[in-house]
Ligand binder design. Structure first.
Ligand code: 5GP
Ligand code: ZN
Length: 118
């Protein structure tokens, strides 16, 4: 079974920040920023393209609540969802990375990216 479903069920411990009936937010085990949280729906949805719009709408409200609770609204933050193979999705359960607590750089994802943008 998927790791994030196990976290929802409490079978794998996590360090939760906020939860309600539908969503859970917890610390990423391998943080890439001073604040690096993961936000997931409690139901198993694998990909962004499979995500019902209503779930996304409610997840938006939940993410906004998390960001407020973490005091990130003033300085800002980054939200990322890695979707599918090319997107670098490792855990096949929809999740948003919420990163903040410092000024984040914008990585070059591939050498062609700069070339194409010119
Ligand atoms: P992805 O690459 O799928 O977008 O991101 C998966 C994220 O889940 C990674 O940043 C990874 O560190 C995190 N992660 C993987 N396993 C666990 C775990 O068991 N607990 C927590 N808290 N985070 C995990
Ligand atoms: Zn799952």
């Amino acid at each position: 079974m998927c790791i994030f479903c196990k976290i929802v069920k409490g079978e794998i411990p996590s360090n939760p920040i906020l939860e309600n009936d539908d969503f859970l937010c917890f610390h990423d085990i391998n943080p890439r920023a001073p604040i690096h949280l993961l936000i997931i729906p409690k139901t198993h949805v694998e990909k962004f393209q499979d995500t019902p719009a209503e779930l996304m709408a409610n997840m938006t409200l939940f993410i906004q609540e998390v960001a407020k609770k973490m005091g990130l609204d003033e300085n800002g933050y980054r939200l990322i969802t890695n979707n599918g193979d090319d997107g670098g999705q490792e855990v096949p359960h929809l999740h948003f990375h919420l990163l903040g607590g410092t000024k984040l750089s914008w990585p070059h994802f591939s050498p062609e990216a700069t070339h194409k943008a010119l």
